[in-house]
Design a protein around this ligand. Structure first.
Ligand code: FAD
Length: 422
């Protein structure tokens, strides 16, 4: 079988890339090892992530699912102190902020919806697990080997291989992309499930009650929980702690989740008194990492396949969908011959991705090391708009606004030992 781009993984990175390539007239095949719908973590969108969904032409599809509409994120500090609310806001052509909304999604439905859209557009999907990379005489990737459901070893030949395998980081494990290095928040564990009967309302920007917003509950450094409404009845609840803390509790995942819900933060406890857990407890560990060389002749990584920092401010899908569009442009230039002869045809793509993620890394580092200062600066009118931009995902900025400059100054003061221990 032969195509222009074989895409490993059909999560948002894979399907988003396939749709973006199709718009450029480039043919792709999606290779996915799981049967959809499948459960996945990562349900809250930022404002700019919602904009990416609209840019993919999916607003009508989204309406069919009646996803909860998110207007902001409420962060409850320890014992109710240091709390703050960040509204979802867009920027218009006059560079002014305006009130905007985005969505919360049940990923099983959302990812299946994206895959259905691909199939409707004639993009071929193959059920199978990529096991190896094919290379041409120059050693450049030119397809993949995969195992189908019957255990048969088959091949897909392509002009390029795109890695959208998420945390599996397929091309790095095959020695095509660079080595995976641990991120600053690597030793963490998230345990999560879905609940009914959760008390949802929180005070929004003007004090009005919001029922569909994301709520974050902070306890202490690297110890927090989320509540994300994913439909009329269901709320996703997750607890994130150091993995060692979970191990030393000697509890099952379910008991750990239930006991943390009662102790982590009083605001969380009071919302879950009558809640019923309707899904098994799942976990996700070692999710913070980075691959520096993540594109080159014949290959490109998109989304979690090259970097993930920390989930607290729900920026993962945003990075992923922005990168899909950028990657599709870069692939068009490469396959069209514009950059094909260059030693590093994807230098601009990689620089762009790292710029956005590095700016968000600063935001996260300061939040974790100086939560009190963070809660003050975010309310300071001098920096407020900059924070609103970063939370929305407007982080791809070369010339940093006052907010990022301030955060960088604070980041520089974080002791090395503290960062290493994170
Ligand atoms: C605890 C936690 C909470 C999060 N919360 C949020 C949130 O609220 N909002 C948000 O925006 N982001 C969140 N994220 C991040 C978000 O989940 C990811 O950024 C997003 O899912 C990345 O999409 P992706 O397509 O790159 O990877 P994935 O969604 O993981 O998709 C990868 C796909 O590749 C397939 N695959 C893997 N290997 C192979 C193979 N060898 N062959 C074939 N198929 C393969 C997998 O089956 C999978 O379907 C969170 C992350 C974590 C860890």
């Amino acid at each position: 079988m032969k195509t222009q781009v074989v895409i490993v993984g059909a999560g948002p990175a894979g399907t988003g890339l396939a749709i973006s390539l199709k718009k450029q007239g480039i043919e792709s095949i999606l290779l996915e090892k799981e049967s959809f719908p499948r459960l996945h973590v990562g349900e809250s969108m930022t404002g700019e992530c919602g904009a990416s969904v609209r840019a993919l032409g999916l607003e009508q599809e989204m309406a069919k699912f009646h996803y909860p509409v998110k207007w902001g994120t409420m962060v409850y500090g320890t014992d109710g102190r240091n709390s703050f609310y960040v509204p979802v806001m867009g920027r218009n052509s006059e560079d002014s902020l305006f009130k905007q909304s985005t969505w919360q999604v049940r990923r099983a439905d959302f990812d299946k919806m994206l895959l259905d859209v691909c199939e409707d557009q004639g993009i071929k999907t193959i059920k199978g697990m990529a096991t190896d990379v094919l290379r041409n005489e120059q050693g450049i990737p030119c397809g993949v080997k995969y195992k189908n459901g019957d255990g048969e070893e088959l091949e897909i030949h392509a002009d390029m291989v795109a890695d959208a395998s998420g945390q599996n980081t397929f091309l790095s494990t095959k020695g095509v992309a660079g080595k995976r290095t641990m991120g600053k928040y690597a030793k963490q564990l998230a345990v999560f499930s879905h609940f009914e009967g959760v008390v949802r309302p929180t005070p929004g920007e003007d004090g009005q009650l919001m029922t569909d917003d994301t709520i974050i509950f902070y306890q202490k450094r690297n110890h927090w929980a989320w509540m994300i409404p994913i439909n009329d009845k269901l709320v996703s609840v997750g607890v994130v702690t150091p993995a060692e803390y979970f191990r030393s509790s000697r509890k099952s995942m379910k008991d750990f989740l239930l006991s943390e819900m009662m102790t982590l933060n009083p605001e969380l406890t009071k919302r879950l008194g009558d809640a019923v857990m309707v899904e098994d407890a799942h976990s996700c560990a070692n999710y913070s990492y980075q691959i520096h060389e993540f594109a080159g002749p014949g290959y490109i990584c998109v989304g979690d396949a090259h970097r993930f920092i920390d989930p607290i401010f729900s920026l993962g899908m945003h990075f992923t969908l922005v990168e899909c569009r950028k990657a599709a442009d870069a692939i068009a230039d490469y396959l069209g011959g514009k950059t094909a002869g260059l030693e590093q045809p994807f230098a601009d793509y990689m620089k762009f991705c790292e710029l956005g993620m590095d700016n968000v890394q600063v935001l996260l580092d300061v939040f974790w090391s100086y939560p009190f200062a963070f809660s003050l600066y975010i309310k300071d009118p001098k920096y407020r708009d900059g924070f609103v931009d970063l939370f929305a995902g407007r982080c791809y900025v070369e010339d940093p606004p006052a907010c990022i400059k301030k955060l960088r100054g604070l980041q520089a003061e974080i002791p090395d030992a503290e960062m290493a221990a994170a």
